[in-house]
Design a protein around this ligand. Structure first.
Ligand code: PMP
Length: 287
């Protein structure tokens, strides 16, 4: 396995960063998780747009141009001879001193790791996941803006701990006002009487690339899609609930906090959206 580290390709054992790196000391940096399907980098431009927007927002100077970054992704995949897998692209503030000041970290570090991926078994896409709501609240703008895909994932880790304790794979995070925000690393959708709902991102959700792809598919397939705030009550009484994310794709939920959702398995709209999603993954992106 070859890892891209600041312009060089190194082995997993050689891929080390400084203990003074502010990504390590303060979670100061940004990242992307991207999928490769059949040699195609799915939604490459969208992921890089989000990365460069996140960087601009936190005044992090990425030492590669957009095109150079895309070339680095392609080259890392080629070296690893991978046609299907997962890319983790990290840009950290880089090594500095022990203070917070980012001006003391003049050179950002760029890391690209590609790996095989298996997250949920195929059975889970048919039968759905059990999930719970948790007490950790999603950051709202000004804490760590949810639009910035930053390395500050402590909230999400707390959600993961709570979902581990509950014995489930993903959980539902609310915002500080009690509206449903998203999962620990996925966006959330519900379906009620044929209408598809997802929370608007300003409520405290990442602008997920998979979320955007699903919104686009809904428009194309003629499903009514509403970006509207909703509560746990709406989730409990929904006909269908599903999560979307780069790793999870479109995964149905069969139970939330002990309440069975719909028929207790992936519903028809969720199943249809997953099929449509899987039909575009090998074409919509960069070869
Ligand atoms: N929300 C959070 C907090 C995430 O970390 C992710 C995964 N990157 C998502 C949503 C889903 O976003 P995407 O579809 O771009 O993977």
């Amino acid at each position: 396995q070859w890892i891209y580290l600041d312009g060089s390709f190194v082995t997993k054992e050689e891929a080390k960063v400084s203990v003074y790196d502010h990504g390590f000391l303060y979670g100061d940096g940004i990242f992307e998780g991207i999928r490769i399907y059949g040699g195609n980098i799915f939604k490459c431009k969208e992921h890089l747009d989000r990365l460069y927007d996140s960087a601009k927002s936190i005044m992090l100077n990425i030492p590669l141009s957009f095109q150079e970054m895309q070339d680095a992704l392609v080259e890392t995949i080629r070296r690893n001879e991978l046609r299907d897998g997962y890319i983790r692209l990290v840009v950290s503030r880089g090594p500095g001193d022990l203070g917070l000041d980012p001006r003391r970290s003049p050179k950002a570090s760029v890391i690209i790791i590609v790996e095989q991926l298996s997250i949920y078994p195929e059975e889970a896409y048919i039968n759905g996941l059990k999930t719970v709501s948790v007490s950790s609240r999603r950051n709202i703008p000004d804490a760590v803006n949810p639009k910035i895909k930053s390395l500050n994932y402590l909230n999400n880790i707390l959600v993961k701990i709570q979902s581990n304790l509950a014995g489930v794979g993903e959980a539902i995070m609310l915002n500080s006002q009690g509206y449903v925000a998203e999962g620990s690393s996925d966006n959330i959708f519900i379906v009620k009487r044929g209408v598809v709902f997802t929370p608007p991102c300003y409520i405290g959700a990442l602008e997920g690339i998979t979320r955007a792809a699903i919104i686009e598919i809904c428009e194309r397939k003629g499903y009514t899609l509403k970006e509207e705030p909703f509560t746990l009550h709406d989730v409990y009484v929904a006909d269908e609930v599903f999560f979307t994310g780069t790793a999870a794709e479109v995964i149905a939920v069969r139970e939330v906090d002990g309440r069975t959702i719909g028929e207790g398995k992936a519903g028809p709209i969720t199943t249809n959206l997953l099929q449509e999603f899987r039909s575009i993954v090998t074409v919509d992106g960069v070869k």
